[in-house]
Design a protein around this ligand. Sequence first.
Ligand code: SF4
Ligand code: SF4
Length: 696
Amino acid sequence: MFKIDGNALLTCGVVVVHIVGLDKPGVRFLLQGNEAVARGALEGGVQVATGYPGTPSSEVIETLSEIAKDYGIYVEWSVNEKVAFDVAVGAAVVGARALVTAKNAGVNWYMDMFATVVYGGLPGGLVVYAADDPGAFYSSTEQDTRPLAKSVGVLILEPADQGESKEMVKLGFDYSERFELPVFVRSVTRISHSTGDVLFGEIKKERNKVFFNRHYGLPFRYNVYGPYKYKGEVGPSAKHAWQLEKLEIIKEFVEEVPFNWVEEGDTDVGIVASGIGYSYVKDVLARLDGSVKPWVFKIGTPYPLPIRKLSKFLSNLREVLVVEEGDPLVEEEIKALSKDCCPEIKILGRESGTIRSFGELGLSQVLKAVSELTGSKYYEPSNERRNIKAEIKKIIAPRSSMLCAGCPHLGTYWVLRFALHKTVNKYRDRFKGAWIVNGDIGCYEMGGYGLFAREIEPWREKTTKRVSFDNPYEILDTNYIMGGGIGLAQGQYHAGYREGPIVAVAGDSTFFHACMPALLNATYNKAAITFLVLDNSWTAMTGHQPAPTTGFTATGSPSKTYRIEDVARALGVDDVWVVDPYDIKSAEEALLKAMDKTINESKTTLVVFRRECALQVVRRLTREGKVITHYLVDVSKCVGCRLCVQLGCPAIGWDESSRKAFIDSTLCVSCSLCAQVCPVKAIKPSTEKVVGVKEV
Ligand code: SF4
Ligand code: SF4
């Protein structure tokens, strides 16, 4: 008898098996989109799977890492997406089937190799899986990666649901080997992070033979240069010509691929729906009154499009709505196509403004657009449903994005805030303007202006001004991309900014992902900046995947634990401090010394703030059955100064009636930071145990 628990695990006696690894062809399971991708990889005979954690893509590698040993798959969390991509290409070079995963922002990282490897092709199947994030739920942009894949000229598959996610990844290996080119599978958050019906197929147990024939497929393989002539060209131009020929073969292939089809209608209007757009359209058509049935062309290959089939489809219609998630990629192609096949037809979509051109596609927008197209009425949501929504809204308190209770970054930002104030006071003759703190992406990004931060009055004067801030959520001045802050800081210094200290902040996983070359650049080019690495030993923001600082790999095998200070010294940083952010006094002293050194000796300095992520510590203690006590406020001593509130720990609250602080014992993890900042020693450890932790 099988039992399914919340983590998609099946328990059979004492053996626990991930559902994705079950050898049960013909059975249907509810799988999350990313689990379906992992299953597709298994059914497709994947041999190597790589990726860097990035929501909404992370669960593919997480899932494969759980079943890797059972099926002999090599799975790794790579240090960044570019390395992940290169490792997967290396596997395909020796004939293996490889999968590489990333989120939308991660795709930018591997474009160099992606744009180049298509010039020579690969003997092994390479599936490139990208999970985009329309609506930017987890991302700094809602970038559509399909145009990037189109720009390098490979087949793009775009699933409409979880079932297709599995099929496309599985067949993607076959297609890739058939065309000797990578196949790009593009998903979106709404599929990757929700569950759907997936029909299991056979798990491919045979593996591609791993070989290296130096002459395999020459003159085009493994090297973008070479003396061979093709179409009168040599080197990259010759190889580009070869790739374009392959693309012509792929264009023929998509006319017959099983992921594109037509559904007949009874009117002269139609819908072209790509990827998840098709699922929205199916849902919407079920809500219409059924008086008009539009023609539907379901697209699973947004590039290249099945031109012949589409031309035939369009030529019978007066008006066509294109429904797709992201940029108007398909809409633009169809507009171009219609000029040849049916210039009178009207094409509507995101570019025409029929559906708004930004934000996530929503059911209501598609409903409105389809009902206008077909002149159909649709059923309004019932009052009952509206009332429920209104009631829910009343009881949910608006909440800002924030760091966790007891997060070590709270201590770091507290220390940084005071060190900056002290430094500008100490060097007040030199620093007349603002300091600059350059951050980037990770959980420490909460130190920037979040969605619900205090409203800020912008001004456009080209002067710098000192602005005070009240809490740790307003400390980062810039925040763009992973590892970007250390580079920005150097640019500010070399441009001649001297009105305040220049600081850069990164996390430990980000340090290895993107900061190392930038740090070497800083020491080589002598940038006087202070660099803070917030080392919590995990890639915490994306769900606590291991990093080079964690001590084990994706599959749990023990590995080397890398120390940031050792790497930094090798990169030329002479002045390094390692501090505990829970020890405010010592950490502040070290940071002040580092900033002094930067200012007086024009040096790149580094302070590593090291303390494991509080969530992971609590989880471990809970598993071990250990009891966690909490801190409390002695209201007889509290003078209501609110310094502890300014620390920003979500466990600390403020009672307006008594004008005293209080601590929520169910959240507090006993880090002691608030006790250290209270000027009258009103905060102290309780002997009470925290309910909920002790009983697990
Ligand atoms: S000790 Fe203070 S700062 Fe630390 S978790 Fe508890 S309330 Fe928050
Ligand atoms: S820092 Fe101390 S005195 Fe000030 S509000 Fe908090 S508990 Fe009260």
